[in-house]
Design a protein around this ligand. Structure first.
Ligand SMILES: Cc1ncc(COP(=O)(O)O)c(C=O)c1O
Length: 398
């Protein structure tokens, strides 16, 4: 059987992690892997989650199946967290999913069932895993222009022009906030313009919300998507709890469908659960049980929000400090985009050769497209890191 298979291509980020671990240099810097880190380089369990875990340990009396849709309390709490108050809740249905990735995959399968001939438009660039997740579900993927590397900004006019030429019924994948890998996001006004375009051209929005609370705040990060949800007839949203609750390995997320009517939403969720049944049957429970306990308790919610805010502000201050160090040493504003970007990632704009040189000569690790994890920036050594980067990328103004 297996002799017909050839070796799978190693995952670039996992391979980078392995090389980092084996690197004996003590001043090496890991800007590669996409998890939040604190000042000591750890990805801690949040205090509110620890407390929820202790409660669950005492109160859980069974580990029987939760059912394909997961826990009703988790689903209701996630609808509130993601959609807030302004969206018609009777047209939204939710399913607990194995992480944001699981939610993306089952929604992609649902959309392919619903409209097999649609094109799904993804941003150029997008999170690399979007391609296997959506492509393996059979969606036909094409790219819309998104990021201008020279200025570090969104190519919004080109994005609108390309999406404006899409067929009615096509699907547009949007990052809800904190775009991965670029960190460049749509403004509120641009979200509204995309919403107008979606309505005018009868496109179907599919939003990936993986970093709510990591950009401008919990409410602000969902605001563009919520205003869109309040206006469009139909929509799909995949939300991840991996980052904002730091429950990465528990595989916790939500798949949401917004239907034209409560009846249509009911039909869509029924089909979605059929998809899930055929893929993994039931979602994992532990992470969702913790998130539910946090969101259902005022005290734990307050603690969780405080912890999330501390993480967000740490990333913002690292952005500012790093941009400032680069500005001082290069005597130019060419890296100022770092402080305007939001979320865990930005792209530095280095070539693959420069990325390799940074690793080999300076022990600075980043993904080949020069995506850096802002949370991995060394808060006490920003000057040294800026010097290494400028020595490789050139220190003159451009
Ligand atoms: C843009 C984006 N979407 C979705 C996810 C999925 O996260 P998970 O499946 O770990 O919840 C990630 C994780 O890195 C991401 O960056």
């Amino acid at each position: 059987m297996f002799e017909s298979l050839s070796a799978a291509k190693p995952d670039a980020i996992l391979a980078l992690m392995a090389t980092f671990r084996e690197d004996p240099r003590t001043d090496k810097v890991d800007l590669g892997v996409g998890v939040y880190k604190d000042g000591s380089g750890n990805t801690p369990v949040m205090g509110a989650i620890r407390k929820a875990e202790a409660q669950l340990h005492k109160s859980q009396t069974t580990k029987t199946y939760v059912g394909p849709a997961g826990d009703a309390g988790f689903n209701a709490a996630m609808i509130d967290l993601v959609f807030g108050d302004d969206v018609p809740k009777d047209r939204i249905r939710a399913a607990q999913a194995p992480g944001g990735s699981g939610a993306l995959r089952i929604l992609a399968e649902l959309l392919r069932r619903a409209r097999a001939d649609a094109t799904t438009w993804v941003s150029d660039p997008t999170w690399p895993n979007h391609v296997p997740l959506l492509g393996a579900a059979g969606l036909n993927l094409k790219q819309y222009p998104y990021f201008d590397a020279a200025s570090g900004t969104v190519r919004f006019d080109e994005m609108i022009a390309v999406l404006g030429a899409a067929k009615a019924g096509d699907i547009v994948l949007l990052h809800g906030c904190c775009h991965n890998p670029t960190g460049a996001n749509l403004t509120a006004a641009q979200w509204d313009q995309v919403t107008e375009l979606v309505l005018e051209k009868e496109l179907f929005p599919f939003v990936d919300l993986a970093y709510q609370g990591f950009g401008d705040g919990l409410e602000q990060d969902a605001a563009g998507m919520r205003r869109m949800a309040a206006k469009v007839p139909e929509m799909a949203v995949a939300a991840s709890c991996s980052k904002n609750f730091a429950v990465y390995r528990e595989r916790t997320g939500s798949a949401f469908v917004l239907g034209r009517s409560p009846d249509e939403a009911h039909i869509a969720i029924g089909q979605l659960l059929g998809v899930a049944r055929g893929m993994y049957s039931m979602p994992p429970d532990h992470g969702a049980a913790l998130v539910k306990l946090v969101l259902q308790s005022q005290e734990l919610t307050t603690e969780w929000k405080d912890e999330l805010e501390t993480m967000r502000l740490r990333m913002l201050s690292l952005r500012e400090g790093f941009a400032e160090a680069l500005r001082r040493q290069s005597n130019s504003d060419r890296f100022d985009f770092l402080k305007h970007h939001r979320g865990m990632f930005s792209r530095l704009g280095a070539t693959p050769e420069q990325v390799e040189q940074l690793r080999a000569e300076h022990g600075v690790y980043m993904v080949g497209d020069s995506r850096i994890n802002v949370a991995g920036l060394p808060e006490n050594d920003l000057d040294q890191l800026a010097a290494a980067i400028l020595s490789v990328m050139g220190s003159s103004a451009s």
